[in-house]
Design a protein around this ligand. Structure first.
Ligand code: SAM
Length: 265
């Protein structure tokens, strides 16, 4: 089970709605659809599936998906979107609420997606490697894996070391008038081990002004390109491509992203 006992998305459905409002980009989905062209209809596993941003697009493209997420709120929000899809499409989606670091993942998938910075949800390199190990078990022989993270090499980003800065993320107003205010402050870091711990707080403010405040701690390890590459190779994947962005430009040392497309041997 993860050292991070709670995550940002666990507490309240409003945070799921704000996530869905703000993180509505599709470039990663377009890259995935390009990679899947001419591969037929696949059976896809997406741990950290959240509100189904990626998963729903893939089902609409004809694939069958199984999504796992720790947050009941994110899955509930995903389900409201799934309920609006045609019945035959709905039948090709399954969701499960679970901590992916404490579960054995289901097996025999044609593709496992570790999308949109999901490794930034995890507390350590060990937890991240465990996900690659689980993905390898979950993939059928010849199956694919897609791993997509921001590219943060070298020393811990200076912004992560700044203990005086309040970083504002996923804040906004929901359809029912509730306001979400969400902040993150560094409380500890270890440059050599590339670890940082954050005090995270968010407020849910009702239209009448009542405020509910949540607070929790989270540890992060900004995964490096070399780590992902090493783990993929160690756990039986052949790396087919490493992209530096979602338009499939090749990775280089100044790339914003390190996106791996690999195949289980
Ligand atoms: C940044 S969101 C990404 C959602 C989705 N993959 C996307 O691309 O839009 C990260 C998701 O990971 C989930 N998560 C974080 N830690 C987790 C864990 N240990 N087990 C399962 N899900 C987790 C959160 O609840 C959240 O929904």
């Amino acid at each position: 089970m993860s050292i991070n006992q709670q995550n940002l998305y666990d507490f309240d459905i409003h945070i799921a709605e704000i996530y869905d409002q703000k993180e509505n980009h599709t470039q990663d989905i377009e890259l995935l659809l390009k990679l899947l062209r001419k591969k037929g209809k696949l059976n896809i596993l997406e741990p950290f599936c959240g509100t189904g941003r990626i998963l729903i697009s893939l089902v609409l493209d004809g694939h069958t998906t199984f999504g796992i997420d720790q947050s009941q709120a994110m899955l509930q929000f995903a389900q409201t979107k799934i309920d609006r899809l045609p019945n035959d499409v709905q039948k090709r989606i399954q969701l499960k609420c679970a901590d992916v670091t404490g579960e054995t993942w289901p097996t025999e998938y044609d593709l496992v997606i570790l999308g949109f910075n999901c490794f930034y949800e995890l507390a350590s390199a060990e937890e991240q490697e465990f996900c690659i190990y689980q993905a390898s078990r979950a993939c059928a022989s010849g199956g694919y894996i897609y791993v997509d993270n921001d590219h943060m090499e070298g020393e811990l980003d200076t912004a992560w070391q700044d203990m005086n800065h309040k970083y504002v993320y996923l804040s906004g107003i929901c359809k029912d008038g509730y306001q979400v205010k969400n902040t993150r402050e560094t409380i500890w870091f270890d440059i050599k081990r590339r670890l940082a711990r954050f005090d995270r707080r968010y407020q849910i403010i009702a239209p009448e002004g009542d405020i509910v405040e949540y607070q929790f701690f989270q540890q992060k390890h900004p995964v490096s390109k070399v780590e992902v590459q090493t783990w993929l190779e160690k756990h039986g994947f052949e790396i087919l491509a490493v992209y530096g962005d979602h338009t499939a430009n090749p990775y280089h040392e100044h790339s914003k992203k390190a996106i791996f497309w690999a195949r289980k041997r």
